[in-house]
Design a protein. Structure first.
Lengths: 363, 281
């Protein structure tokens, strides 16, 4: 009797953990090797973030079954899917350029999935109409894809993927094909739809803003490997690679901490407020940097380095200065300040940063 | 007073070099052979029109033999095109989308009838499907089916010669079509066959149509393989090209009239093709 009870209990404990996605995707193609572990609970939105060529899309295609796994495993809600052909996986995909069937109307595009899953033509269309209504596209139901705007096409693609009731929704660069203005709009709508989605969603993007707005868990992939994962806030505050630091707009250095002093790899030192020892990362935003033509004397800043201007570019209403020298860093200045300093490539400047504006954390 | 002169001067300045450039674009050693080439292609057709017995045309074209031949030609060419579509489109898909060993060899074999003299094709068909042929022997013994010298034989001979045109055309269209649409269909639950039928086929429809028209035109003009494999029996296997050839020996005027009919059909096909390509792009 107690044995049975125990079994029931252990089953109950096990069941929730089996729900959702549990995968280790290994795909080898030529000299490229992708090895990424992913896990997510139903309702989670995971973003695979990384530079072009990092293997994000390959990971997505492996999840969809369009690329076979070389090694690893893929379990969805406790079911092994490694060997399941794409048409039998409970997976929906929103492709980068949507791939709406050009010869079918928006309605028939959405009805395609239900039809393949055995619904009659009428049923499938009725279901599709409900999805289009949910996306606010009822008036475009009879439009061919080429008549749809980018944002509308994206929503039709999302409706088409959702209409098969997938347990795993995959989105490949869902906003990349949109212009800046519609992007903002569509991002907000997509966020709402993803919040409503009850199963696992995995999206691939190289845009940190998309990733941080849409996902609650980020997995950063570089050269086929996971280099960091965590919540968007965590990753933004504690970047662990140059790529992520660059993405979130931080100067990032790796070094050895000795109390409040960090000896970074370039040979310079950075003074911080944190008291740490051992290998650390130290980061500060470009806006925390002040530039001077002469060596600062009366400045309260404890960090100053002799640098050389390597390049200038406008960054919104600011000018971002790339500096080389004692400590390579990026600094943001107003246009006026840049003019006053007479900045040009090769100019020698002194860069200062207040210790309070740096942030150090163990590596 | 001065300004018009100035404008005129400017005109000659800009116009002069441009005209010289246009002249330099077509040097005589190229222009002359090009015009001879054009005349070479057009002149025979013009001659056909000049020598046409326009007064006796209505009588010639309404004779039963001509109608029989024309009808037989249209029916056989259409049937041959249908056969090519049913077996040629899947063959094109196989060549374009499935990696298999010896694919290059298979493609070469498919293309061979394009360059093979049609008479050789006819002889080969006789060896395969003739009453004593490799396969024909069994067809005759088991089912009592005889293919040579029948209307079905005409269809087979025409399909043999015309199908490569369709396969090559459709394969090219398939290669140009984005295979990711098939992937998208698969992720929506479609099997590969469903994806082909409901997504790929509609997408490549213009290419299939163009290939079918090409194949149809080729089948309509087929002579060598048809006369070798199916013979020349009026009403049964005598298609238009065969009728033209025969008429040229007995009644040249009738041959010209028949030729004009075929020319008209060819021009109609060309116009139809151009329209299809225009809408496809």
């Amino acid at each position: 009797m107690s044995d049975v009870e125990k079994k029931t209990i252990s089953y109950d404990v096990q069941a929730p953990s089996a729900d959702g996605l549990d995968a280790r995707l290994v795909v080898e193609r030529g000299s490229f090797r992708l090895d990424v572990a992913l896990s997510a609970k139903p309702g989670d939105v995971v973003a695979l973030l990384g530079p072009n060529g990092a293997g994000k899309t390959t990971a997505l295609r492996a999840l969809a079954g369009l690329v076979p796994l070389t090694d690893g495993h893929l379990r969805l809600d406790g079911t092994e899917l490694d060997r399941t052909p794409p048409e039998s996986r409970p997976v929906g995909v929103v492709f980068q350029d949507y791939l709406l069937f050009p010869h079918l109307t928006a309605l028939d595009n959405v009805a395609f999935g239900p039809r393949c899953h055995g619904a009659s033509k009428g049923e499938a269309r009725a279901q599709a109409a409900v999805w289009l209504d949910r996306m606010g596209l009822t008036t475009h139901a009879s439009a061919k894809p080429r008549r749809l705007s980018g944002g509308q096409a994206q929503r039709v693609a999302l409706a088409r993927a959702l209409a098969t009731h997938p347990r795993l929704l995959l989105l490949d660069e869902p906003l990349a094909a949109l212009d800046a203005r519609t992007r903002l709009d569509v991002r907000a709508q997509l966020r709402r739809h993803l919040a409503d989605f009850e199963a696992v969603a995995v999206l691939v993007t190289h845009d940190p803003l998309d990733a941080m707005v849409l996902a609650d868990h980020l997995v950063v992939v570089e050269e086929g490997r996971v280099v960091q994962q965590g919540t968007p806030a965590d990753i933004a505050r504690h970047p662990r690679t140059d790529y992520i630091a660059h993405l979130v707009g931080l100067n990032l250095y790796r070094g050895q901490a000795d109390g409040h002093t960090v000896h970074v790899e370039s040979g310079s030192t950075v003074t911080t407020t944190e008291h740490l020892t051992g290998p650390v990362f130290v980061a500060f935003p470009p806006s925390a940097v002040t530039l001077h033509r002469d060596r600062p004397t009366g400045s309260s800043a404890r960090n100053f380095w002799r640098c050389e201007v390597a390049g200038l570019e406008t960054h919104g209403d600011q000018i971002r200065v790339a500096l080389g020298g004692e400590l390579p860093l990026a600094a943001d200045l107003t246009t006026v300040a840049a003019a006053e300093l007479d900045l040009h490539a090769g100019a020698v400047v002194w860069a200062t940063v207040k210790a309070a504006q740096t942030h150090a954390y163990p590596a | 007073m001065t300004s018009p002169t100035k404008a005129g001067a400017a005109d000659t300045l800009t116009g002069g070099p441009r005209r010289r450039h246009a002249y330099r674009g077509a040097p005589l050693p190229l222009l002359v052979p090009a015009l001879i080439g054009l005349a070479f292609l057009v002149l025979p057709l013009v001659a056909l029109l000049i020598r046409a017995p326009w007064s006796s045309m209505p009588d010639l074209l309404t004779s039963t033999e001509v109608w029989q031949a024309l009808q037989l030609s249209l029916v056989c060419a259409t049937a041959a095109t249908a056969v090519s579509l049913v077996i040629g489109v899947p063959l094109a898909w196989l060549l374009a989308r499935v990696e298999f060993p010896g694919r290059g060899l298979v493609r070469a074999l498919v293309t061979l009838p394009l360059v093979l003299p049609p008479v050789v094709g006819g002889v080969a068909l006789l060896m395969a499907l003739g009453r004593n042929g490799v396969v024909g022997k069994w067809l005759d013994a088991w089912f009592g089916i005889t293919l040579p010298f029948t209307t079905t034989g005409v269809v087979i001979a025409e399909a043999f010669v015309a199908m490569p045109f369709l396969v090559i055309s459709v394969e090219g269209t398939l290669r140009a079509a984005d295979p990711r649409y098939e992937e998208a269909a698969q992720t929506l639950g479609a099997s590969r066959f469903t994806a082909f039928r409901r997504v790929t086929l509609p997408l490549i429809a213009p290419g299939v149509a163009a290939g079918a028209v090409l194949a149809w035109a080729r089948a309509l003009g087929e002579f060598g393989a048809t006369i070798t494999f199916a013979g020349n029996f009026p009403g049964r296997t005598q298609t238009m090209p065969l009728a033209v050839y025969l008429a040229l020996q007995n009644d040249p005027e009738a041959a010209i009239a028949l030729s004009l009919v075929l020319l008209a059909v060819s021009i109609a096909v060309l116009a139809g093709l151009r329209d299809r390509w225009m809408t496809a792009s």
